[in-house]
Design a protein around this ligand. Sequence first.
Ligand code: ATP
Ligand code: FE
Ligand code: MG
Length: 333
Amino acid sequence: MAILALESSCDETAAAICTPDGRLLASRIASQADIHRLYGGVVPEVASRNHILHVRPLVAEVLAEAGMQLGDIAAFAATSGPGLVSSLLIGTSMAKALAVAEKKPFLAVNHMEGHLLSPFMDENGPVSPSIALIVSGGHTMLVQVRSVGDYRLLGRTRDDAAGEAFDKVAKMIGLPYPGGPEIDKQARLGNPRAYAFPRSFLDGQSLEFSFSGLKTAVLYELPKLNLENATVLADVCASVQEAITEVLVEKLVLAARQTGETLVTVSGGVSCNRGLREKLTARCAKEGLTLLLARPDLCTDNAGMIAFAAAQRFSLGHTSPLEADVDPNLALV
Ligand code: ATP
Ligand code: FE
Ligand code: MG
C-alpha cells in the first residue's frame, strides 16, 4: 500500500508515490518553466491549461515507475493551497476523482507543510522538534516545529519572499526567469564583497525579514553598472546572494538560540542555493547545530514532499472530506 500525491499549486505539475512511512517510490515533474519564461513569469491561465494536459499521464508514469496499479494506492493526496486557484483545482480534482473511483480516502495537503517537512525525507526522520526556515518563491518563514501539525510561527517576511527577491533582482539585471538559479550560477564567479547591499533587521533580536530594500538598492546602483561586463554581472550576483543568504543564516541561528532548539531545517526553492547551503553548513557546525537540508531536487516544487506530508498525516489518522475546497491563501500557522 502507498500514498499517491499530486502537486499543481503553481507552474509545476507533479506526481509522486511514497510508502506509508514516507519512502519515495516514484516522483515525476512536468515543468512549465520554458513556457512561462516567454512571459517573464507565471501566467495563471496558461499554467492551469498545462496542468490539465500533464496530470493524467503523470499519474500513469509514477504508477509504472513504482510498479503499482491504482488498486495498490491506500490514499490520494493533493496540494490544496496556497497557490493559484485555477492550478490547485486541477490537482485536487484529479486526486478526489481517483479517491472516489477507487473508494479510498483523500488528503488535502498544505504546500508549505510539504516544503517544511521535506528535509526529513530520505531517512532523515522522524519529524522531530526543530526550527524550520522555509525560503521559497512566495514565503520566508521561521517556524518552531514540535511534531507533525504542531507549528508555531516565529517570524516571516514583511514584504518580498527570499525567492521573490532573487527573481526580481535577476529580472532587473536582465537574467532569465526564474532568476534564483541564474544568480546562483553567476555568483560562483563573483566577489560577494564587491557591493554592500542592505541587510534588513540584522541587528537586535527580530526574527522578521524584509527584502524590498535590497531591490531598491540594486535599482539605484543599476545606472552605474556595465552589466555587459561579465565580472560586473558576477560581482552584482555574488553580492546580492551574499546579502540575502547572510540574513537567512543569521536569523535561523538566532531563532535556534532564542528557543534552545539544536536541530534546524531549511527548505523551499531557495534552499537549493549553493551559497546558502555552504554558509549554513559552516555556520551550523560552528554553532553546534544539527542541520537538515532537503535533497536539491526536493527543494523546489515537487510531489514527493506532498506525498511525504500526506503519509505523515495519514499515519496519524488524518483524512480530508471530499468537499474540502482549495484555498489560495491557505495558512500553515
Ligand atoms: P511557495 O512555495 O512559496 O508557494 P514557489 O512554490 O513558487 O513558492 P519554490 O518552488 O519552493 O517556490 O521555489 C521557487 C523559488 O526558488 C524561486 O523564487 C526560485 O528563483 C528560487 N530558487 C530556485 N533555485 C534557486 C537557487 N539555486 N538559488 C536561489 N534561488 C533559487
Ligand atoms: Fe513551493
Ligand atoms: Mg514553482
